[in-house]
Design a protein around this ligand. Structure first.
Ligand SMILES: [Zn+2]
Length: 534
């Protein structure tokens, strides 16, 4: 009996788990078996690996019985990245080279898909796999050469970026490496790499005139992570202001950047040689997008959707009422819990999805309704009422801020008016407000007001009694639900954090109530806007 074990990793959601690939090569009934809850893609590994070994560097044990066991057996396993671990374990178990002994595989992780000729192909999810390997005490990893930079983001890991099975075999045996030497990524600190996503860097809030109350609402949403709904006729600038929200978010912390980069790695979206994603991501799916695209799923492997790719960034759903109803329904979970679970067959993957959710809607189906007269709206009352109903309900009860975006009067941009504030100025205030929250919640599992549980507010961070009376009055008048009250309390804290106030008082509660209300007659107190615009 001949036996060898090589380590690889399985992904559940964006979390990696160490897998022992155990290979037994023995005389007996000729054939190859792979066991341990493997999917179809993985069971095809036997053919890829057999051809890769035969064509590249050795001989597949064609006259013996080969048993491949992936342990732990209860974890579902899929994907093609186990090829490399299977190949080296077969070669070591079969003693193809007398100097490639099974003990040489200890301390390594092996990640990569093999081609028929023995070449190594890139695979999705390298970063979270290497993070898990490091957490398990593994210090050396083989990955496909183009993904060496990605793997080297993990501190304390020595990365070998390789092109072929023959190179891996040579490195393990300490022999001369064919073709070129492998890239040996030094163990890097993630801070050493900087590569922001600058798709939106040419946008700035200074480009937009007016909209002072909307700017304020957007600043509060960004500071506290509050879901935001923008309602207004076509052409009022809803999209323009929404796509500038990433420009007022601070850079991601190292921990956040690793999480976001890992999610993009799982989705196979990291460009070759890419480093850590440092800027908050921005995703804006079209309203015709499928649930798989927005929430996650897909055929074959379960992939994270845009709601997870936008984690710690902004997810913008323009024309929200036009989204498919299964997408609208499914948005409840990420809005409520900051994660999304995709179940398919016996497999379920959970991905983080704590993005700033920004929804936009027209006031009516034609998009032109505004003012007392209705503007240029061509819709009937019935159509408008039906549309309005789509805008309410369980999803919109989970939206913290409702903001009317009104048409801007022209000719108000004379020289007497101060230049609009820049994104950098607002971003500095957002960073300050987030700092206050981080200090307050340092012993908690959440970082921003929008995620603070209602019970925690009641016990540890109640509003000033006079402020709470204002909120209670709305509750008993039936203008707020219980859930709505918690949202107003969270918003009050963010309004206070934005203004540098240590505890929300009546003024903060009043502003929060106005931000929460979808009643257009009850706009933000003018003084709020005046204060922030000055
Ligand atoms: Zn209309």
């Amino acid at each position: 009996m001949a036996f060898a074990t090589a380590r690889s990793l399985a992904l559940r959601g964006a979390d990696g788990h160490v897998i022992d690939v155990q290979v037994d090569v023995s005389p007996g009934l000729v054939g190859t078996t792979i066991i341990g809850r493997v999917d179809k893609g993985l069971s095809e590994a036997r053919d890829r690996v057999r051809m890769a070994i035969n064509n590249d560097c050795a001989r597949w044990p064609a006259t013996k019985r080969v048993t491949i066991l992936l342990a732990p057996a209860d974890l579902p396993k899929g994907g093609t990245h186990y090829d490399l671990a299977i190949a080296v374990a077969v070669m070591a178990a079969d003693k193809q080279h007398k100097d490639l002994t099974p003990d040489l595989l200890a301390g390594w992780a092996f990640i990569g898909e093999l081609s028929v000729s023995g070449g190594l192909r890139p695979v999705p999810g390298v970063l979270p796999m290497v993070i898990a390997a490091a957490a398990h005490g593994i210090t050396r990893v083989f990955v496909p050469e183009p993904q060496a930079a990605e793997a080297a983001l993990v501190p304390g890991m020595t990365v070998f970026g390789v092109r072929s099975l023959a190179q891996v075999s040579a490195v393990l045996r300490g022999a001369e490496v064919p073709e070129a030497p492998p890239v040996v990524g030094p163990s890097a600190s993630p801070l050493a790499t900087w590569r922001g996503d600058d798709r939106l860097s040419d946008l700035d809030l200074t480009d937009l005139d007016g909209l002072d109350d909307v700017r304020y609402a957007v600043e509060v949403a960004a500071a506290g992570g509050h879901p935001l709904m923008l309602i207004g006729p076509r052409g009022t600038g809803k999209t323009s202001i929404a796509e500038r929200i990433p420009t007022i978010l601070p850079d991601l912390s190292t921990e956040q950047a690793l999480e976001v980069t890992a999610l993009h790695s799982v989705a196979g979206l990291l460009p070759e040689g890419s480093g850590l994603l440092r800027r908050p991501p921005w995703f804006a799916p079209h309203h015709s997008a499928t649930a798989a695209s927005v929430l996650g799923g897909g055929t074959g492997r379960v992939r994270p959707g845009q709601v997870s790719l936008a984690h710690h960034g902004v997810l913008f759903l323009d024309e929200f009422p036009h989204f498919r109803s299964d997408v609208i329904e499914a948005m409840r979970q990420p809005l409520e819990s900051g994660e999304v679970t995709i179940a398919r067959g016996e497999e379920a993957a959970t991905y983080p999805a704590r993005s700033l959710v920004v929804l936009a809607a027209n006031p009516c189906p034609c998009g032109n309704f505004h003012g007392q007269s209705g503007g240029a709206c061509e819709c009937s009352d019935v159509q408008r009422a039906h549309y309005r109903r789509k805008l309410s309900g369980p999803i919109l009860d989970r939206v913290d801020i409702w903001m009317e975006v009104r048409p801007q009067r022209r000719g108000r941009t004379g020289s007497w008016r101060p230049a609009p504030e820049s994104s950098a100025d607002v971003r500095a205030r957002v960073a300050d407000a987030r700092e206050r929250q981080a200090r307050r919640y340092q012993d908690c599992s959440w970082q921003l007001n929008a995620s603070c549980p209602g019970a925690a507010i009641a016990e540890r961070w109640p509003l000033d009694p006079e402020a709470q009376r204002l909120v209670d009055a709305e509750l008993s008048a039936g203008m707020l639900s219980r859930r709505g009250m918690t949202r107003v309390q969270r918003l009050s804290w963010t309004v206070a954090d934005c203004a540098g106030v240590s505890r929300p008082g009546p003024r903060e509660a009043e502003i929060a109530l106005a931000l929460r209300s979808d009643d257009s007659a009850r706009s933000l107190p003018a003084r709020v806007v005046a204060v922030t615009a000055s």
